[in-house]
Design a protein around this ligand. Structure first.
Ligand SMILES: NC(=O)c1ccc[n+]([C@@H]2O[C@H](COP(=O)([O-])OP(=O)(O)OC[C@H]3O[C@@H](n4cnc5c(N)ncnc54)[C@H](O)[C@@H]3O)[C@@H](O)[C@H]2O)c1
Length: 281
């Protein structure tokens, strides 16, 4: 998809990190942007900042794990802008631990946002994007953890492997349909965002609250923050996504130095050896 000016992009998880950078980048290409996020204050601030640059922005408070909420997002986007050309199913959360220690709510929360969020986005938007007959592109945010399975990250990796798989299926289907809508799967390594503080958006019904997860003063949060701080800038990720949309490239891997880890996993599978531990970076 080459011509973005005057078209509409919808980005979930747009109040922070990669989503915020995607919204900013699309706006700078002359697109109208629908910014969807569950974090109300951050969303209002991000939308205000982007609007102040002259961009046409619609902020929508959205919980991607709730199909009705994503339906309402689609309705609002189409009502305001008439069509949607780029859909970034990007909202995501990180949580983990030993599988033997995890509670059912840990799995429900992570899969609810990271996997069902993408499914809801596709269900609410894709039929309308195809019917509209305009050029379009879907970008699903997975992760490098959608290709390798480090310890302590089982719910996260499971959700991201699933996003890679459903995106690959969708790629083939869209090609068979000769659709004007393409798809890419974004698989970043470490990026400098707020993902280490994902618990800030965890519902109390799924174990969220003041006692859950990592807090700013937790040494593990500080360590993760350090790793993320050394990661790629979100704006650089957004530039790679823009290039992939432009060139209709499916896989968007941000960290080429991690390719050997993906190769090592594939090699173990085809050679029938046991998994070799691969970390995120
Ligand atoms: N940061 C990394 O190193 C990294 C690496 C690989 C993949 N990713 C993926 O990138 C995506 C963006 O994450 P990020 O790193 O920018 O983190 P981030 O925490 O900075 O941003 C994530 C955004 O998603 C929003 N969100 C959380 N739950 C939501 C829900 N239920 N409904 C709607 N919005 C919700 C948050 O409020 C936040 O604004 C995620 O899918 C994440 O898994 C991140």
């Amino acid at each position: 998809m080459k011509n973005l000016t005057g078209r509409t992009a919808v980005v979930t998880g747009a109040a922070s990190g990669i989503g915020q950078a995607l919204a900013t980048r699309f706006a700078s290409e002359g697109m109208q942007v629908v910014m969807a996020d569950i974090e109300e204050t951050a969303l209002a601030a991000s939308a205000k900042a982007l609007s102040s640059t002259g961009a046409s922005v619609l902020p929508m408070l959205t919980d991607v794990s709730d199909s009705k909420s994503v339906d309402a997002l689609a309705e609002a986007a189409y009502t305001r802008f008439g069509s949607v050309n780029i859909l970034c199913n990007n909202a995501g959360v990180g949580a983990g631990g030993l599988v033997s220690d995890l509670k059912i709510e840990d799995w429900q929360w992570v899969l609810g946002v990271n996997l069902w969020g993408v499914i809801h986005g596709l269900t609410s938007f894709l039929p309308r994007m195809l019917e509209g007959g305009e050029e379009g592109h879907v970008v699903n945010t997975a992760s490098l953890a959608g290709h390798v399975s480090p310890p302590f990250m089982a719910p996260y990796s499971a959700s991201k492997f699933a996003v890679v798989a459903l995106s690959e299926s969708l790629f083939h289907e869209l090609a068979m349909q000769r659709a004007k809508v393409g798809v890419s799967v974004l698989c970043p390594g470490w990026v400098n965002t707020n993902i280490h503080m994902s618990e800030r958006n965890r519902p109390s019904a799924l174990g969220g609250g003041s006692d859950s997860g990592l807090h700013e003063d937790d040494p593990r949060a500080a360590m993760l923050k350090q790793v993320l701080a050394a990661g790629m800038a979100p704006s650089d990720v957004a530039a790679l996504v823009l290039g992939a949309v432009h060139d209709e490239r499916f896989y968007v891997l941000t960290h080429p130095d991690m390719t050997p880890a993906i190769e090592a996993r594939a090699k173990a599978i085809v050679e029938g050896t046991n998994p070799v531990m691969q970390m995120m970076g």
